[in-house]
Design a protein around this ligand. Structure first.
Ligand code: ZN
Length: 92
């Protein structure tokens, strides 16, 4: 995996930790009505990578094999969902 900002491979893997109780943050799709059917799920674990060179923080979601298969079945609906997630409408 490379840093999307500077291209460095000097990434350190970690987890996002909630400040209050130490509980990890998860990824919850913004459109639960659609994605709940797709994934049959609520929250997936987030893996984070910090770049030593430029301090960029990258986040990935640990979708499982079942999620990926269901995503591919519903591929036609996905771009709209991703656009909404990327536009910042999601709540934390
Ligand atoms: Zn970087």
């Amino acid at each position: 995996m490379k840093c999307s900002a500077c291209g460095s491979t000097a990434l350190v893997e970690g987890s996002l930790i909630g400040s209050a109780d130490g509980g990890r943050l998860g990824f919850q799709p913004a459109d639960m009505s659609t994605l709940k059917q797709m994934f049959g799920m609520g929250i997936r674990r987030i893996v984070s990578y910090g770049c030593i060179h430029c301090r960029n923080l990258e986040l990935t979601v640990e979708f499982n094999e079942g999620d990926i298969q269901k995503y591919q079945e519903f591929e036609g609906q996905q771009p709209g969902v991703l656009e909404r997630i990327n536009s910042g409408e999601e709540t934390v």
